[in-house]
Design a protein around this ligand. Structure first.
Ligand code: FES
Length: 534
């Protein structure tokens, strides 16, 4: 490689590098990598980048979640197998950050995360646009016949105008904020826009921080513990963040032996206000959150609820970090603790005979008028069935019905895609219907909104009761009581289960076989059992 003896005698900082031509969110990584390297060199160590799998959310089939654990295994093994004293993890797009952290926890070398940072917004007819909450809004208008093909094409050109992760509080932004709450990245770095000069300064500082970590006991498994996970859950609820983060945080915490239960989520949700006014829950974008004070300001507002003795990657405790000068805070984006946007957390877990091991609803992005509702089920048995019939003018459906999508959970061939945001049937969209209750064992993009019950567990493909719902059954949702009930008696459900037992087809070879044989349910973070600690 042409290194001098002098250089080779220095400690080594590995840099897990996820630049890829299939990952548009990471297209600024070459520049960011150079900044990390100069930080490492300036601090007296040798930076050595190494490639791992990169997961570009929009290009992966059937869904990026299928490959999160593969990337986690790749990251873990490459950190462990190669000679490095500490590692900088460069990630950003949805699954990359949880995958890297899961792997880093299991490898347990000193590590610091550097996230990609969010995209800037674009403009259409004077209106700001950001991927991908605004895409959904415009797409719904296009489906309803409100705007034409030329306009939707013009909107498309303004949705993802810079490098970086989705511009709203979607999964990538939520995960970046949780990483900062866990103490795994430098303070104040979660929300800096991807193309801002401060992002490069953060990269340089992350390189320096990694060198400081050499020989330290501040490894990921020390920083991520019961208390820091509780802090991260508080932040998730105060953000009104992505439902996907529940799965990812469960998986990350699971690698340290810490269990994230949905009951615990509910208990914290009851006592955590929503403070952050960003799309899809509110109005702003990630660049506004950064300018409004970012994670430092949010953590300060949440201070009474947080465990302040948690250590961070700098060696400071969270409490010590929050003693520093906060600077400007914009209360229109980060509300004060005593004047919250909503009194209770953005996410809520539901239980009942339809979801014995739980389901998740993003209540802050849902229509409260539907929170106490009983309706008739309109069932789609698969993604193919949904695509074939949802816009059929002959579909028997009314606004008060409940749309049910089966066989899209982790044990299905679909591998739990972000398909839970079922479109409003075209004939109802044209009548002006904007929201309906939708229930599935799928996930939903963190950028989406609606009264949507997700992650129903056990999933239909593993024999869960969701697979037993039939057209015309009555379903009752009660957010107040945290219940989701299928109003069909036990004997009838047993009969249906016996008549059509759930079947999962295991692929014959390769990663697909490994995935199908070892994938755990959403309640266990969709990790593989053999990757969890014994
Ligand atoms: Fe990469 Fe949204 S597509 S973060």
């Amino acid at each position: 490689m042409g290194y001098s003896r002098d250089m080779l005698s220095k400690p080594v900082i590995g840099i897990a590098y996820t630049g890829s031509d299939f990952n548009n969110c990471h297209r600024h990584f070459p520049e960011l990598l150079a900044a990390v390297k100069r930080g490492v060199l300036a601090a007296g160590a040798l930076p050595l980048e190494f490639p791992t799998i990169s997961l570009g959310e929009v290009f992966l089939t059937p869904t990026s979640l299928k490959y999160r654990n593969l990337m986690a295994m790749d990251t873990e093994e490459m950190i462990r197998a190669q000679p490095m004293d500490a590692v900088v993890l460069m990630g950003g797009c949805d699954k990359t950050v949880p995958a890297q952290l899961m792997g880093a926890v299991s490898a347990d070398r000193p590590a610091v995360m550097l996230v990609a940072g969010p995209m800037m917004t674009g403009r259409h007819h004077g209106e700001r646009l950001g991927a991908c909450t605004d895409c959904r809004r415009f797409w719904a208008r296009y489906r309803a016949g409100d705007i034409d093909a030329d306009e939707i094409s013009a909107v498309e050109g303004q949705l993802a105008v810079t490098a970086g992760t989705c511009a709203v509080m979607g999964t990538a932004s939520t995960m970046a904020c949780l990483i900062e709450a866990l103490g795994m990245c430098l303070p104040g770095t979660a929300a800096i826009p991807a193309v801002h000069a401060d992002r490069l300064r953060a990269a340089e500082a992350s390189g320096v921080a990694a060198v400081k970590l050499i020989g330290s006991k501040l490894t990921p498994s020390r920083l991520i513990n019961e208390k820091s996970v509780a802090n991260a859950l508080r932040v998730l609820l105060a953000l009104g963040g992505s439902t996907n983060a529940v799965i990812h945080l469960t998986a990350i915490a699971g690698r340290t032996g810490v269990k994230v239960s949905l009951d615990r989520l509910n208990a914290l949700s009851d006592a955590t206000p929503v403070l952050v006014n960003l799309k899809p829950v509110g109005n702003g974008y990630m660049e506004d959150f950064c300018a409004a004070g970012g994670m430092g300001a949010l953590l300060r507002e949440l201070k009474p609820l947080l465990h302040l003795d948690c250590l961070t990657v700098t060696g400071e405790t969270l409490g010590e970090r929050l003693e520093h000068d906060v600077g400007f805070v914009d209360p229109s984006i980060i509300a004060p603790f005593d004047k919250p946007l909503e009194g209770e957390g953005g996410l809520v877990a539901l239980f009942g005979n339809l979801a014995p091991k739980g389901a998740v609803l993003k209540r802050s992005a849902a229509d409260a008028k539907l929170f106490e509702h009983e309706g008739r089920a309109v069932v789609f048995s698969s993604l193919g069935d949904l695509a074939a019939r949802i816009d059929d003018p002959a579909l028997e459906v009314e606004p008060a019905d409940i749309l049910v999508l089966q066989n899209v959970g982790p044990h299905s061939p679909a591998c739990m895609p972000e398909a839970g945001y079922l479109p409003i049937p075209k004939k109802l969209a044209q009548r002006g219907v904007k929201d309906m209750i939708r229930i599935s064992d799928a996930r939903m993009s963190g950028t989406a909104f609606g009264t949507i019950v997700l992650h129903v567990t056990p999933d239909a493909a593993s024999g869960g009761p969701l697979g037993l719902v039939r057209n015309g059954d009555r379903i009752r949702l009660s957010v107040k009581n945290r219940r989701i009930e299928l109003l069909v008696d036990e004997a009838e459900l047993k009969k249906r289960a016996a008549a059509a037992p759930a079947q999962t087809k295991i692929p014959e070879r390769g990663y697909g076989k490994l995935f199908a044989e070892h994938i755990l349910g959403a309640d266990e973070g969709c990790d593989f059992r053999f990757l969890m600690p014994r």
